[in-house]
Design a protein around this ligand. Structure first.
Ligand code: PHE
Length: 339
C-alpha cells in the first residue's frame, strides 16, 4: 500500500504539461472528488493500526506534492500566456510616469521674460546679498534718505553696508556699470523686506524689473512697452498711469490695468473699481545714470518693476501669498498643465 503511494508521489512530481486542459485533467485524476487521493483516504480504515501513522504521512505528502505541482504549472502557464501576447506587444501604452509641475512663480516669471524677450530684452541676474551702493546709494537713495523706509531692510550681521536686496533694481545698477547703452535688460529674482507676513505680504517675494537705456528714449516709449506687455500677458489693452514717487525715476508712475467688472471675483480683486495696480515705473533719474557712468545728456531710459507673486495671484486667483512657499503638493499639482 505504502509503495503504491510512493509510486504515485513520483508520478505526480514528474508530471509536466503546457496545456491548460491537460493540467485540469491531471487535477481531476488525482485530486478530484472521485480522484485517486480520495480513494486512498477511503483505504485508510483497512490499514493496520501500526502502519496508520506512516500511511497518513505518505498521503499528506502525496496531497501536497499534487497541489504544489498544479499551482506551479498554473502560474507558468499564465506567465507564458502574458509573454506570448501582452508583454511582447510594443504598441501598448507605457506605464504612466508621474510628472512634476513647474512652480507658479516660475511659470509667471517665464511668461514675463518671454513677452519682453520678443522685443529685445535679455535677462540679467545678480547677488541676493548686496551692498548698500548697488541696492540704495547708486539708485539715488543716499544715506538717511527718507525713502529708504519704503523698503524695510534686512541687514547682515549688524553691518549696515551688507544687506539682503530689497528689489532687483540692484541688478540693474550692476548691469549699467558693466554695459554700454543701448541697454535692454530684465532682472528677475528673489527679494527681501522686513515686513510682517500676511495673506497679502511676505518678507520674501519675487520681482521682475526692466531697464531700457538708449538715445532719445521717451515716456511715450515706456507707455507703449507697458501697453504691449499688458496685452500679451493679460489680454487687457486698457491701462492708466498714476503719478507716483520712486527715488530712482523721475517722473514716476504706478501702472493700473483695467481688469473689468464682469464677475464677482473681478469685483473682489479690484475692490469694485475694475482697476488693478500691477507695477511701478518711470524715466530713469539722471543721477542714477551718472552714478553708473552713463552720460545723462546723451542717454535717457525707462525702468519698471513688478512683483511676480502679485501677478500670479491675479492670473490664477490665488487668495493667499503664503501658499507659494508652503509647497503643498495639492496646490502645486494644480499647475501641471501649464508650462
Ligand atoms: N524698485 C521698485 C520697487 O521695488 C519698483 C520700480 C522699479 C519702480 C523701476 C520704478 C521703476 O518697489
Amino acid at each position: 500500500m505504502l509503495d503504491k503511494v510512493n509510486e504515485l508521489i513520483g508520478e505526480v512530481s514528474n508530471f509536466n504539461t503546457t496545456s491548460k486542459e491537460e493540467l485540469e485533467a491531471f487535477r481531476i485524476k488525482y485530486l478530484g472528488k472521485k480522484g485517486i487521493l480520495n480513494d486512498l483516504f477511503a483505504e485508510f480504515k483497512n490499514v493496520a493500526n501500526d502502519q496508520k501513522k506512516e500511511f497518513g504521512q505518505a498521503l499528506n505528502t502525496f496531497k501536497n506534492t499534487a497541489e504544489n505541482k498544479i499551482n506551479d504549472l498554473r502560474s507558468s502557464l499564465e506567465e507564458a500566456a502574458l509573454s506570448g501576447t501582452a508583454l511582447n506587444d510594443l504598441t501598448r501604452p507605457g506605464e504612466p510616469l508621474k510628472i512634476g509641475s513647474r512652480h507658479p512663480i516660475s511659470i509667471v516669471r517665464n511668461q514675463i521674460i518671454d513677452v519682453f524677450s520678443r522685443i529685445g530684452f535679455t535677462v540679467s541676474e545678480g547677488p541676493e546679498i548686496e551692498d548698500d551702493w548697488h541696492n540704495f546709494t547708486a539708485l539715488n537713495l543716499p544715506e538717511y534718505h527718507p525713502a529708504r523706509d519704503m523698503q524695510d531692510t534686512f541687514f547682515i550681521e549688524q553691518n549696515p553696508d551688507i544687506l539682503l536686496r530689497t528689489h532687483t533694481s540692484s541688478v540693474q545698477t550692476r548691469y549699467m556699470e558693466n554695459n554700454e547703452p543701448p541697454i535692454r535688460t530684465l532682472s528677475p529674482g528673489r527679494v527681501f523686506r522686513n515686513e510682517d507676513i500676511s495673506a497679502r505680504a511676505h518678507c520674501i517675494f519675487h520681482q521682475v524689473e526692466g531697464l531700457y537705456i538708449d538715445t532719445d528714449v521717451s515716456f511715450a516709449d515706456l507707455k507703449q512697452t507697458l501697453l504691449y506687455f499688458t496685452k500679451e500677458m493679460f489680454g487687457k489693452s486698457k491701462i492708466r498711469l498714476r503719478p507716483s514717487y520712486f527715488p530712482f525715476t523721475e517722473p514716476s508712475a504706478e501702472v493700473d490695468i483695467y481688469w473689468g467688472l464682469e464677475t464677482e471675483t473681478d469685483y473682489k480683486i479690484t475692490k469694485g473699481t475694475g482697476w488693478l495696480e500691477i507695477m511701478g515705473c518711470g524715466m530713469v533719474d539722471p543721477n542714477v545714470l551718472k552714478n553708473a557712468n552713463i552720460d545723462p545728456t546723451k542717454y535717457s531710459g525707462y525702468a519698471f518693476g513688478m512683483g511676480i507673486e502679485r501677478i500670479a495671484m491675479l492670473l490664477y486667483q490665488i487668495p493667499d501669498i503664503r501658499m507659494f512657499y508652503e509647497n503643498d503638493v495639492r496646490f502645486l499639482e494644480q499647475f501641471k498643465s501649464i508650462n
